[in-house]
Design a protein around this ligand. Structure first.
Ligand code: DSN
Length: 442
């Protein structure tokens, strides 16, 4: 691999080789990450990257796009068929521009919108104060109850009071099934658009391992690289319900992506999305989606058996949130990284610390499931997480904010030198060797 880069760019070649090794010799537990097939990688490295094609199939601003049209049509048709929607746009560069396009298609600047609070598991683009969406729209944020479930009563109250034009359902750190039907009832009662951001669960929806939002939402957005197991990209789909509310909605979404927000589509990514959607249409993918959830439940059960506290005491989907004590998320993330388990620090509902130094870590099973791991391996991984938690139990984030960076840097060094962690690192490596990264999923 990387034969040409190796010949002409030694520095980059070394970096690529090192990352290949890191991925092969580590266990990826970040719930928004996955591993693509060699076929997706081929598409991403194809000649399609050379082409400009502003516009949409059969209506482009550049010549020479007949084949690109075929590729984009393939991706669009596959998306429509798999998600059972009448319209799909496969050009968003990723999830954030896809979501911004939804605002452009449904709202005027200054309109009120509602979305799940970032610190309660929501996404930046659903109106978080540090995101551009809150500059252009009046964002009302909703949260979760102490048990981790969405607070439907509060959402209904806020909707009635604020009359939003658009309501988001979807999150980056929510472990329960999304109540699409109930959210639709609330949105319909105030005449709002309901947009379901299914970036995390798209693959589960296709596999039938999570309810589909399609009968309930007007618009569905997703990234393509999480449980869907495609290249980094995004999609926006308009449902029948969306077209019934506004027959121009599909045209508005397309216009929002181009020419409002983006330029030329990334055609190599479009091809990668087409490959991934083909892979996702197979019975093997259905089994994959079901297995992702089974693995998550097994891992959650093992963690709880070992007295690790989880938000909402479990999971319905591909992820779980470990509560590791006020401000200790970064400590656990570093320690787990040392033994080859990659996770990410994350806020927990009613966060006692801050988004910079949160009190949880987010763990997910999409990637380990792609490597064919099952319950037995989930038990092992759960055991390692519990041991690392025990080993680091006395580590505490300094109260003084100015001391925190230096403390974490020194902790990282100490963690790498720790004998117990070194022993666990060896065990992780042995498991990785038994479960190499597969080339193909069909
Ligand atoms: N960065 C993504 C995640 O990790 O969930 C959300 O955009």
């Amino acid at each position: 691999m990387y034969d040409f880069i190796k010949k002409q760019d030694k520095e980059l070649f070394r970096a690529l080789e090192a990352e290949e090794k890191r991925q092969a010799e580590g266990i990826e537990l970040i719930p928004s990450e996955n591993i693509v097939s060699k076929a997706v990688r081929e598409a991403m490295g194809s000649c399609l990257t050379n082409k400009y094609s502003e516009g949409y199939p059969h209506a482009r601003y550049y010549g020479g796009n007949e084949i690109i049209d075929e590729v984009e049509d393939l991706a669009r048709e596959r998306a429509k068929k798999l998600f059972k929607v009448p319209h799909a746009n496969v050009q968003p560069y990723s999830g954030s521009p896809a979501n911004f396009a939804v605002y452009l298609a449904t709202c005027e600047p200054g309109d009120t919108i509602m979305g799940q609070l970032l610190t309660a598991g929501g996404h930046l683009t659903h109106g978080w104060k540090a995101n551009a969406t809150s500059l252009f729209y009046k964002a009302v944020q909703y949260g979760v109850k102490p048990d981790g479930y969405l607070d439907l009563k509060e959402i209904a109250r806020l909707a009635k009071k604020n009359k939003p034009k658009l309501i988001w359902v979807g999150a980056t750190a929510y472990v329960r099934e999304f109540p699409f039907k109930e959210l639709a009832k609330i949105a319909d009662s105030v005449g709002a658009y309901l947009a379901a951001d299914i970036a995390h669960i798209a693959g589960l929806v296709i596999a039938g391992a999570h309810k589909s939002p399609v009968p309930y939402a007007h618009i569905v957005t997703t990234t393509t690289h999480k449980t869907l197991r495609g290249p980094r990209g995004g999609m926006i789909m308009v449902t029948r319900k969306g077209l019934a509310k506004d027959p121009e909605l599909a045209a508005k979404v397309d216009r929002a992506i181009f020419p409002y927000l983006q330029g030329g589509p990334h055609n190599h990514t479009t091809a990668g999305i087409a490959v991934a959607l083909h892979e996702a249409s197979t019975p093997k993918f259905r089994a994959y989606g079901e297995r992702v959830v089974k693995n998550a439940k097994a891992l959650a059960a093992e963690l709880m058996r070992r007295k690790i506290e989880l938000v909402s005491n479990g999971t319905d989907n591909h992820m779980m949130l470990v509560k590791c004590g006020a401000g200790r998320g970064a400590i656990l993330e570093i320690a787990l990284d040392t033994i080859g388990l990659t996770t990410n620090k994350n806020t927990v509902p009613h966060e006692p610390s801050s988004p910079f130094y949160p009190s949880g870590i987010r763990i997910g099973t999409p990637s380990v499931t792609t490597r064919n791991m099952k319950e037995r391996e989930m038990k092992l991984i759960g055991g390692w997480i519990a041991e690392v938690t025990k080993i680091t139990k006395d580590e505490e984030l300094p109260k003084e904010k100015s001391e925190r960076k230096a403390y974490l840097a020194s902790f990282k060094k100490r963690a790498h030198a720790d004998k117990q962690l070194k022993k666990l690192r060896k065990q992780v490596l042995t498991l990785c060797k038994k479960f190499p990264i597969p080339d193909s999923f069909v």
